[in-house]
Design a protein around this ligand. Structure first.
Ligand code: GLP
Length: 236
């Protein structure tokens, strides 16, 4: 594991954008595993800037996102599909048909999970998986549990996650109580993992995840077993 501590969010974002850009340059037809949340926004801005400056070409890139709220479709401005379209996909030359987000409106979320895992397998797996981390150690929406879940699956969101994510919604009652998330298999089989965490409030969970015991009660701790993980933590 490479653990990098930086002083500012700008530095974190710059480093993350550089790592993702290097992946695209090295393998233009790569599969990027992408994340939502506030933390990746600076990195996405950095990638857009590189594209605008003619340094990056997304035309042969495929993306698979980690998760989606149950019941929100892509037209809902709180959906993760909408987030990805507005913060990255609409601003670069990625082929929208090659951008994948689990369908939170699928009638049968278990079947949707199976479809999503088959899609990732068909794509040959993920080259670089970008992750944020929740205050309870969740990655994607893999919440603390008695076991790690392998497949893409439906999850009930923890009250602490609902509270943390309420800031993006008009009221806490509008936050969906469940979601569909990529499971640990696709994440752990990614060739490289890049986890970014920002601010003093994340310090404790980052320490627990990367320097504490490996336990499904701290989902991100499984990453200690991944052969190529980079963590960038910004203190401020
Ligand atoms: C959500 C997402 C996670 C993300 C987390 C942290 O719950 N499902 O993928 O890592 O939020 O978000 P933030 O970066 O805003 O702290």
């Amino acid at each position: 594991m490479q653990f990098i501590t930086v002083k500012t969010y700008e530095e974190l974002s710059r480093k993350a954008a550089n790592i993702i850009a290097a992946q695209i340059i090295q393998k233009p037809e790569c599969v990027l595993g992408l994340a939502t949340g506030s933390t990746p926004l600076g990195a996405y801005d950095g990638l857009v800037k590189k594209y605008q400056d003619g340094e990056l070409d997304f035309s042969t890139v495929t993306s698979v996102n980690l998760d989606e709220y149950a019941g929100l479709d892509g037209t809902n401005d709180q959906s993760y599909r909408y987030f990805m379209d507005t913060n990255l996909f609409n601003k670069v030359n990625i082929d929208k048909a090659k951008t994948h987000v689990p369908n939170g409106c699928a009638e049968d979320l278990a079947a949707e999970g199976a479809r999503y895992d088959a899609l990732i397998a068909e794509l040959g797996g993920i080259d670089l998986q970008l992750l944020g981390i929740g205050l309870d150690g969740h990655i994607g929406f893999n919440e603390p549990d008695d076991c790690f879940t392998k497949e893409t699956h439906e999850v009930e969101l923890d009250p602490s996650t609902i509270e943390a994510n309420a800031r993006f919604f008009a009221s806490i009652d509008d936050v969906p109580t469940s979601a569909i998330t990529m499971g640990m298999q696709a994440i752990m089989q990614a060739k490289k993992v890049l986890l970014i965490a920002n601010g003093a409030g994340k310090k404790e969970i980052v320490e627990k995840s990367f320097f504490g015991p490996i336990t499904p009660q701290v989902p991100a701790s499984i990453l200690q077993l991944h052969p190529d993980v980079t963590v960038i933590f910004s203190e401020n």
